[in-house]
Design a protein around this ligand. Structure first.
Ligand SMILES: NC(=O)c1ccc[n+]([C@@H]2O[C@H](COP(=O)([O-])OP(=O)(O)OC[C@H]3O[C@@H](n4cnc5c(N)ncnc54)[C@H](OP(=O)(O)O)[C@@H]3O)[C@@H](O)[C@H]2O)c1
Length: 305
C-alpha cells in the first residue's frame, strides 16, 4: 500500500505529510460522532496523511469542534500528527451573530482570540501551522506580524503562513517577521491553472517554500463538470491513466500537481477512505513532460505557444 512521505515546507522548518487531509467537508454529509472521526483520523494516518487542514470557519464554525471530539477519543499521539488552522474570514453566521456581513479581520486581537478558540475546539494546546485565510485589504502588516510572533513565542503555534496571497502580499507580511512564512495555500488544479503563470508558483520556488494546494480535484468538478474544459481534461487524464496503468483520473490529476518543481502539497478534500487510498497512489506516479503538457493543453484548450 502506498503511504505518503513527508515534506519540509521550508528547509529545516515544519514538515507535513506530502498529501494533507482537508477537513472542510467533514460535516457535509451525515454528522459524524467522535468515534467516527477517530476512525477517519486512523484511516488517514495509516495512509501517511498525518497533516490535517482546518479553518475556524469550516462548517459554519463547527468542523474544528467535531474534529476535536474525534481527536479526544483517538488513541494516537498528538506529536505524531500536524494540525493546521486558519483565521481572518469573518462569516455572517448564526454562530457569529455579531458579524453583520462577511468581512475580513487580520488584526492581532482577532487572530489571537481565534487561535484560542481553535485550540479549545481541537482539544490541543498547540497548532503546528496557522495561516491567514485570505488577504485583507485592511491588513496592518506590523499588527498581524506581532500576533504571529506572540503566538510562536508562547508555543501556541509552531509555524505561520498565508493563504490566497499574491507574491506582493506575501512579501509585505514576511518583511515584518523574524522567521519565514512557510507556505501560501492556494487554489490550483488541472482545471485552475492560473498559478502557473501569475507568479505565485515562481515566488514559491524562488523563496523555497512549498505551496499548499486547495481543491486539487477542482472541488469535485473534475468528475461532475459538464463543460468543454472538464470533458477535455477528463479525456486527457484517462489517456495518461491508460498509458501509465496507474490508478484513475483522480490519481493522475494529483500526480500532475506533484510533478511541478515548486514542491506542491495537495490538500485532499474527500472524506471517503477508498478515495484517499486511490489518491495516495499518485505518489508512485511520475508523469513525463509530454504527459504533463498533454493535460495542460487539454485544460487550456490550446497547445503552448
Ligand atoms: N485556503 C482556502 O481558501 C481553501 C479553500 C477551499 C478548500 N481548502 C482546503 O482544501 C481542502 C480540499 O478542498 P476540496 O474539498 O475542494 O478538494 P477536492 O479534493 O478538489 O474536492 C473534493 C470533492 O471532490 C469529490 N471527489 C473526490 N474524489 C472524487 C471521485 N473520485 N469521484 C467523485 N467525486 C470525488 C469529493 O466528494 P466525496 O467526499 O464524496 O469523495 C469532494 O466533494 C479542503 O478540505 C480545505 O481543507 C482551502
Amino acid at each position: 500500500m502506498a503511504v505518503s512521505p513527508r515534506i519540509e515546507l521550508v528547509a529545516g522548518g515544519l514538515s507535513l505529510s506530502r498529501l494533507v487531509f482537508g477537513a472542510w467537508r467533514l460535516l457535509d454529509g451525515q454528522r459524524p460522532d467522535g468515534d467516527a472521526v477517530a476512525r477517519l483520523i486512523d484511516t488517514a494516518v495509516d495512509l501517511g496523511l498525518t497533516s490535517f487542514d482546518h479553518a475556524d470557519i469550516y462548517g459554519g464554525y463547527e468542523v474544528e469542534e467535531a474534529f476535536g471530539a474525534g481527536l479526544a477519543r483517538w488513541k494516537g499521539r498528538r506529536e505524531g500528527i500536524e494540525l493546521i488552522s486558519k483565521c481572518g474570514i469573518m462569516l455572517a453566521s448564526p454562530n457569529r451573530p455579531q458579524n453583520r456581513l462577511k468581512h475580513y479581520d487580520t488584526g492581532a486581537v482577532h487572530i489571537e482570540a481565534s487561535v484560542e478558540r481553535s485550540l479549545q475546539n481541537l482539544c490541543t494546546d498547540y497548532l503546528d501551522l496557522l495561516l491567514i485565510h485570505r488577504p485583507d485589504p485592511l491588513m496592518d502588516a506590523d499588527d498581524t506580524a506581532r500576533a504571529f510572533e506572540r503566538l510562536v513565542t508562547a508555543g501556541k503555534v509552531r509555524a505561520v503562513g498565508v493563504s490566497n496571497f499574491t507574491p506582493e502580499q506575501f512579501d509585505l507580511l514576511a518583511s515584518r517577521l523574524p522567521f519565514p512564512l512557510v507556505t501560501n495555500q492556494i487554489e490550483h488544479s488541472v482545471l485552475e491553472t492560473s498559478a502557473l503563470t501569475d507568479g505565485r508558483l515562481d515566488h514559491a520556488q524562488r523563496l523555497g517554500y512549498a505551496p499548499m494546494i486547495w481543491s486539487p480535484l477542482g472541488g469535485g468538478s473534475l468528475f461532475t463538470g459538464e463543460g468543454a474544459r472538464e470533458q477535455s481534461v477528463r479525456a486527457a487524464l484517462q489517456a495518461v491513466a491508460a498509458e501509465t496503468g496507474a490508478g484513475d483520473i483522480s490519481t493522475i490529476a494529483i500526480a500532475w500537481l506533484l510533478r511541478h518543481p515548486a514542491r506542491l502539497v495537495p490538500v485532499l478534500g474527500t472524506m471517503k477512505p477508498e478515495r484517499l487510498a486511490g489518491l495516495v497512489k499518485a505518489l508512485d506516479v511520475t508523469l513525463d513532460r509530454q504527459q504533463w503538457f498533454a493535460i495542460l493543453e487539454a485544460s487550456e484548450g490550446r497547445a503552448v505557444p
